[in-house]
Design a protein around this ligand. Structure first.
Ligand SMILES: CC(C)(COP(=O)(O)OP(=O)(O)OC[C@H]1O[C@@H](n2cnc3c(N)ncnc32)[C@H](O)[C@@H]1OP(=O)(O)O)[C@@H](O)C(=O)NCCC(=O)NCCS
Length: 184
């Protein structure tokens, strides 16, 4: 079962299809994109995108994840991905996102992330969404702040991305807080 389509002012968030594989490989293949994510493979080899994309519908069907292609409303081009890793028994999800380098700093990640919060709280009926970033990735922290998440703490040397342990900075938002920020 594919994820539904979500629309925002400048973006359409839609289910990925296998036809997106080459574009994903191209955009996600940049080291600077992979470097600040938790798990993006690098180098991004042939077949990796197909494997990733091939599992997404089933993850959504099983309530374990919801991953969306971020596309520009104006041109339809695929610019990145955003998703939730869901723990339904805890009514919470972890958000993650990445964009191709040419699309950074246009507000797209924040716009997509706001739509994902609405989806998480209204459609999935979750209670909490959280996310984390490396201290060396302040742009991602800024996205979390802009969508109303609160700083919850830093886990020291919590994650080895390449060779050395790095701190992880955690942000989160509760459904009750999100309702207040959106005046719903
Ligand atoms: C993190 C990422 C998704 C941000 O996407 P984006 O579309 O550029 O984000 P937005 O434009 O919505 O917001 C970025 C904010 O960070 C700010 N910013 C950018 N570089 C910054 C820096 N070096 N220091 C501080 N703030 C910075 C921008 O000014 C903007 O804030 P503002 O709107 O208050 O001016 C993108 O950089 C990316 O894909 N990085 C690689 C993958 C990754 O790190 N994913 C997240 C893993 S936690």
């Amino acid at each position: 079962m594919p994820v539904p389509t979500l629309e925002t002012k400048q973006l359409i968030l839609r289910a990925f299809t296998l036809a997106d594989a080459k574009r994903v490989q191209h955009l996600a293949g940049a080291f600077v994109v992979a470097d600040t994510t938790g798990h993006m493979p690098h180098p991004y080899k042939d077949g990796m995108a197909e494997e990733w994309l091939g599992g997404l519908d089933s993850e959504f069907e099983h309530g374990e994840g919801a991953t969306f292609a971020i596309t520009l409303r104006a041109t339809g081009e695929l610019i990145g991905a955003i998703g939730l890793t869901i723990q339904s028994h805890n009514k919470r999800a972890e958000m993650g996102y990445w964009l191709g380098v040419p699309y950074w700093n246009h507000g797209y990640a924040s716009e997509a992330a706001r739509a994902i919060l609405q989806f998480a709280f209204e459609q999935l009926n979750l209670n909490r969404v959280y996310a984390s970033h490396f201290p060396r990735n302040p742009a991602s922290g800024r996205v979390m702040q802009k969508i109303g998440m609160k700083y919850e703490g830093t886990l020291r040397q919590h994650f080895v991305r390449w060779t050395d342990p790095e701190d992880l900075v955690y942000y989160g938002i509760l459904k009750s807080e999100w309702r207040r920020t959106t005046n719903l």
